[in-house]
Design a protein around this ligand. Structure first.
Ligand code: ATP
Length: 308
């Protein structure tokens, strides 16, 4: 008998704080990264097949690799190797998270494929084992599995769940084309050098989570959170894509409590007071014609979840 397909739904993330330390000798940056999972989702369906195969649907599908560089394929291969299973699976990704948008879409697919294959193959892996595989796949992947809100340290992969109070309302402005995350980090280093502060781990203060921000998340007060949202990669993303400044301005003028670049961009995130204010921000962004698409949603939401 062939096992029934398994579908897993995985959310995108926004970084409500992204503090970037100096460049380490190994080429990475230490981070203090406060993640919030928001209600934009990819769905990954795992079906038994004669070989590992990836297909993708959705408006950005043509930008997603179909070979073994796809994080979903890498997740399936990693799990199969550990459990002595043949990776004979067809992974279909129904992609709604913007590609290369700073919302961890690829990481979401990695975590989703891992959970889908684990369910399909009934490997009996523990949650800690799944999290360890996620951390090997990439620094944002463990959070995609866990969801909610969490503080990421190290490269972002050492996760501590955070308490949140209430629902936060967000609007996302999706840009035309993506930004390469490594290119944005390089630009961040270059801007630090140009400013004369230096870019190495010895020059830049150790990144730390903001106490005010963690408090604002705990109380769920959007006004308090808006005052402390921070992304150290924002100047670099704007330097590489100057038009993002106009998108941020359009959303702020449309009534957002705060506007910031999401992660490495180019998606821009806007925090709104309530659902009505979020609709107002979305309309202002659409009128401004400074982005390709606008999405209204909320968070926190749960991480990767098996649907069937
Ligand atoms: P992050 O926010 O984690 O920095 P991102 O949202 O900016 O990431 P992704 O959508 O994860 O960017 O895509 C980054 C690159 O990863 C893509 O350009 C693509 O080449 C590659 N990639 C590998 N697997 C996937 C996948 N399943 N979906 C999307 N991109 C993938």
């Amino acid at each position: 008998m062939t096992a029934a397909p398994v579908t897993v739904r995985v959310p995108a993330k926004v970084n409500v704080q992204l503090a970037v330390g100096g460049l380490r000798p190994d080429g990475f940056h230490d981070l203090a990264n406060v993640f919030l999972a928001v209600g934009l989702y990819d769905e990954i369906t795992a079906t038994p097949s004669d070989r590992l195969r990836i297909t993708v649907s959705g408006p950005d599908a043509h930008q997603v690799p179909l070979d073994e560089s796809n994080l979903a394929a890498r997740a399936a291969l990693a799990l199969a190797a550990r459990h002595g299973v043949e990776p004979r699976v067809h992974l279909h990704i129904a992609k709604d998270i913007p590609v290369a948008g700073g919302m961890a879409g690829g990481s979401a697919d990695g975590a989703g494929a891992l959970l889908a294959c684990d369910t399909l193959w009934d490997t009996g892996a523990t949650r800690d084992e799944l999290l360890a595989i996620c951390a090997e796949l990439g620094s944002d992947v463990p959070f995609s599995l866990v969801g909610g809100a969490a503080l990421g340290r190290g490269r972002g992969e050492l996760l501590e769940p955070l308490e949140t109070g209430g629902v936060l309302h967000w609007v996302f402005a999706v840009a035309d084309g993506g930004l390469s995350t490594p290119a944005v980090y390089r630009e961040c280093d270059r801007l630090r050098e140009a400013a004369g502060t230096g870019s190495s781990a010895a020059d830049v203060p150790e990144p730390a989570p903001s106490g005010d921000l963690l408090r604002a998340l705990r109380t769920g007060d959007p006004g308090a959170l808006a005052a402390v949202l921070a992304n150290d990669l924002q100047p670099a993303a704007i330097s590489l894509r100057p038009s993002l400044a106009e998108t941020l301005r359009a959303g702020s003028e449309g009534g957002a409590l705060a506007a910031l670049v999401s992660g490495s961009g180019p998606t821009c995130a806007f925090l709104a007071k309530d659902p009505e204010a979020a609709e107002g921000v979305a309309e202002a962004l659409l009128r401004s014609a400074t982005c390709r698409a606008v999405r209204v949603t909320s968070g926190p939401v749960p991480g990767a979840t098996v649907l069937r």
